[in-house]
Ligand binder design. Structure first.
Ligand code: AKG
Ligand code: FE2
Length: 210
């Protein structure tokens, strides 16, 4: 296991070109954005920090806490959370240098999904978060379902370990995304069992000072 000390080899050499989705405008998928070794190093850094059990899935918040009940973001001290770890700042810098985010992410939520867990359909908070949401997948694949409420169209996007999904434009502002709470996903030939999946999501804030 590589020793990280908060720093990770966030080189972009291994990444495949980002692919825009044919069906969901503003959705970009990059396979192998990080290597399996970097995934392992990230997971061990993440698992060394406390998880919040306020939801069915465990989460960690950095930079600013997102209050799921109030659907708001707070920077005030009673709800303060740790700053972005070094590895998250490196990833945020890389997202800007690759032209995927306009500014460095100020808020990170890490989600853990055990097999059978998911996330219900939503759009990430419009009053609080900026125009791009990026999600890095670790350890297990899953299908993320996108639904357009205007015409009911749907697309299931496979998210492989090490991949990066970037939502912007209609994928960010119109389409809803969700992960079904189930233990396996349909695959090309047979069902694919899910393992423990951890996602790291990066966001900018519309009002960083509040
Ligand atoms: O797990 C993911 O890849 C995405 C999670 C998500 O949609 C969110 O945190 O808003
Ligand atoms: Fe989301």
């Amino acid at each position: 296991m590589p020793e990280t000390s908060g720093q990770l080899p966030f080189d972009s050499d291994d990444a495949s070109p980002s692919e825009p989705s044919a069906s969901v405008p503003g959705l970009h998928y990059t396979a192998d954005w990080i290597s399996p070794e970097t995934q392992d190093a990230l997971l061990s850094d993440i698992d060394a920090e406390p998880w919040s059990t306020q939801l069915k899935r465990r989460v960690q918040h950095y930079g600013h806490r997102y209050d799921y009940g109030r659907r708001s973001v707070s920077a005030s001290s009673p709800t303060a959370v740790p700053p972005l770890p070094g590895w998250a700042r490196q990833a945020a810098t890389r997202l800007v240098s690759e032209g995927l985010m306009d500014r460095e992410a100020e808020q990170v939520i890490i989600n853990e999904y055990q097999p059978g867990q998911g996330i219900s359909a939503h759009i990430d908070s419009l009053p609080h978060f900026g125009p791009v949401v990026a999600a890095l997948s670790l350890n297990s694949r899953c299908l993320m379902d996108f639904t357009n409420p205007d015409d009911g169209s749907k697309l299931a996007v496979p998210l492989a370990p090490g991949s990066l999904l970037v939502m912007t434009g209609p994928a960010r502002y119109t389409w809803r995304h969700s992960i079904a709470a189930r233990k396996s996903d349909p695959g090309p030939t047979e069902r694919v069992p899910r393992g423990r999946r951890v996602s790291i999501t990066f966001r900018t804030l519309i009002h960083p000072g509040r």
